[in-house]
Structures are given as C-alpha cells and as structure tokens.
Design a protein around this ligand. Structure first.
Ligand SMILES: *Cc1c(COP(=O)(O)O)cnc(C)c1O
Length: 385
C-alpha cells in the first residue's frame, strides 16, 4: 500500500466497465473525453486504458492536451476543440491531431500551418447548433462552409467530421436536443453539397449517450459517465461504477479540551473533552473550503465529522472522547463509490451547490494517483502507473 499522505485511487477496470455501458446504451463508437487530465483521473493512464478497452478515439479541449498524449505514446485519433488565437496548429498538424474548428479564422490558421508543413490537416467542423458557446456561429456558417470546401478541394484539409455540443443533453426529452441534431444534419448536408462531405458526425455527451441513442450518429463523446458519475442522477446510475476514491492517512491524533477552538478563526469550539485527528487534505487538493463544518469522512465502517475550517492543506475531524480507536496512519476515505456507508463526490457537490464534474476535476496535482488495472480485484493489486 501507498504511504502517500493523500491518494486518488483510480479504478481503470471501472472505467472499462463504464465504457461498455456507454457503448451498449448508444450502440455507437466512443470518443472518450479525457480533457482536464481525464476529469482529474490522469489523462495518460485513462487514455491507454479506454483505448485498450475499445474506445475508438479521444477528445480533449486544448491542443497541448492532445500533444501530451502523443508524447506519451498514444497514437489513436485525438480531436482538440478549443483554441485561442496563436494556438499551436503547427504542432497539432505535426502530431496528427484532429483539429475541430469554430471559425473561418481558425480554418485560415490551420490551412497556413498545413501548407507550411506540406501536409493535409484533418479537421472537424464544430457547428454551433444552439449552445451558443464554441462552434461556428449561424451567421458565419455559409462563408465557413464554402471556405472549408475550398481548402478541402485544394488538399489543405480533409473534413473528418462535423460535431456539435448539446445545451440540454441532461434533459433527454427537451425538444432542443432534436433541433440541434437537425441543424447538425443540415450542416453535414451543406458540406456534402459543396463536395466536402464529412466522414462522421458526433454530438452526444454522457447524458445523451445514455438516454438518446437516436442522437448517437457515428460516435458518442462521453466524459463524466466514463468516470462512473451519472449525468442524470434522477434517471438512475445506469450501472456506472465511480472510478475515483480519494483517501488520506491520518497525520496526527491529539486531545482537545472542552472549550478549545479548532482551526482558523475557531469556528468550532469543543463542547467536551475530545480527541481530534488531522486529515492532510485541503482546498489546494480539491476539498472545497465551502465544505467546512459539513464534511464527513469514513474510517473503517464509521463516519466522522469534519470540524472547523478546511485549510489549504488540511482539516480536522472529531473522533469523540474515546478516540474511536483511530490511530495516526489510518486510512480516511474522503469520497469514493459510496460502499460501506462512504461519501461520494455527488454528496460533496450537493452540499455546496455544484456538480460532481467539478469535484473530481478539482482533485489537485499534489494528490498521488494510483491505478487499479482492469481485471484487478478492487481492493488489492494496486500498482503505480
Ligand atoms: C466536455 C465535453 C464533452 C463531455 O461531456 P460530458 O458531459 O462529461 O459527457 C463532450 N463534448 C464536448 C465538446 C465537451 O466539451
């Protein structure tokens, strides 16, 4: 076992299982979204595990994320879809990254990079079908479509795909989902008419992949569900298994006398003589400071309350007057699958009014990632990646 103070154990077998759930539900190929360090789970090991388990492609936001995967030896198709002016399109072209384009400005820059390198860039037209965030704006579409068809005819680019992103994928029956799909179909038809038919089409995020197989087209693009969190809790968990368990080891156990304040500003005062423990995890590690006074942790089969402020590196829990037999070095589960009465990332999210996406992706760099490999029993055979 690890002796690290703070560990995120990532169950790659759970991620492979979740991939199967998504493929079965959508009946489509999967572009596994591994942006933001695979939602905090570790982009390289997750990417390798999902590809081994049958994911067709990978998706990230930034070109730098895609290039880091290439540098780690990942050779599957990777699409990067978010670029600021001055983005590293030269590097993307050199590394065979599929570049999703949101404007004619981006297209011009990619064409220039491809021409400079003497190659054909693979691009995806990212169409704004109603999210009104990234994607080619409706009023720019006709001009963009003509330009991309021209670049395609000239051999500067090949149009791999058209994609869009759903605004209300987590409301499966909302009419906007089908409207966005119809607009994407129309965009693909425009490109085909101009002689630059896209090879594939994709729009479904996790909730759509799980609930709207009619929107899957050629490929779905799930993120959060791969990591085992349901994107539509009110519709169930779909048999998904949460992949990340965050644990710490008790750093210190000490007695605190009745009337003594604990942690910054003494927001908690011991109502009786008690024993407390220091948990070496704080907001720099992704434990929200807003959980101060509301966090609970599992040690063995018991839950203990956090007391006082959550600090940058640590917080304190109340073990009760008898100390509950907890010793320095004991393992503390902050969140995990919910087994044995434990807390989940969703519990944290609900307590502070956010979503579990934010909880898992905020787990910091100081937290040591350890990987349970596919096929390993879940409580043993932990191996460092
Ligand atoms: C993040 C993202 C996804 C994945 O969304 P989930 O809700 O995590 O499944 C898919 N497509 C795009 C464009 C994204 O930015």
């Amino acid at each position: 076992m690890t002796s690290a103070a703070l560990t995120a154990t990532v169950d790659l077998g759970a991620i492979a299982h979740n991939l199967d759930v998504l493929r079965t539900a959508s009946n489509a190929a999967v572009m596994a979204v591994v942006k933001a360090d695979a939602y905090g789970h570790g982009a390289v090991p997750v990417a390798k595990a999902v590809l081994a388990a049958g994911a067709a492609e990978l998706g990230v936001a930034h070109i730098a994320e895609a290039r880091a995967l290439r540098a780690a030896g990942v050779d599957a198709p990777i699409t990067a879809w978010l670029h600021a002016p001055g983005a590293d399109f030269e590097g993307a072209v050199a590394d065979h990254i599929d570049i999703a384009l949101s404007s004619a400005r981006q297209l011009d820059a990619v064409v220039a990079a491809a021409r400079a390198a003497g190659v054909t860039a693979r691009v995806t037209a990212k169409v704004d079908t109603g999210l009104n965030r990234s994607g080619v704006a409706t009023d720019e579409w006709d001009d963009f479509a003509e330009k991309i068809a021209k670049a395609h005819a000239e051999g500067a680019v090949t149009v791999r795909a058209v994609m869009c992103h759903l605004a209300r994928g987590d409301e499966p029956d909302h009419p906007l989902n089908s409207e966005q799909a119809a607009r994407l179909d129309a965009a693909a038809a425009d490109l085909a008419r101009l002689g630059a038919a896209p090879e594939i089409m994709h729009m479904a995020n996790s909730p759509a992949a799980l609930t709207r197989p009619d929107l899957a087209r050629d490929m779905v693009r799930p993120g959060i569900a791969l990591y085992g969190r349901t994107p539509v809790p009110e519709l169930g968990d779909f048999g998904l298994i949460p992949a990340m368990t965050l644990t710490a080891r008790v750093a210190l156990v000490k007695k605190v006398a009745a009337g003594t304040g604990v942690s910054y500003s003494h927001t908690w005062i011991a109502p009786r003589d008690t024993v407390v423990a220091v948990v070496p995890a704080g907001y720099a590690d992704g434990v929200p400071r807003l959980l101060s006074g509301r966090i609970r942790v599992r040690i063995g089969d018991r839950l203990f309350d956090g007391i006082g402020r959550i600090c940058m590196d640590q917080f304190v829990i109340d073990l009760g007057p008898d100390g509950a037999g907890v010793r320095e070095g004991d393992e503390v589960e902050l969140f995990g699958t919910g087994a044995r009465g434990g807390i989940t990332a969703k519990d944290w999210a609900d307590a502070i009014g956010t979503i579990d996406y934010e909880i898992v992706s905020q787990v910091g760099n100081r937290v040591v990632r350890r990987y349970l490999h596919a096929g390993a029993a879940r409580d043993e055979a932990v191996a460092d990646e």
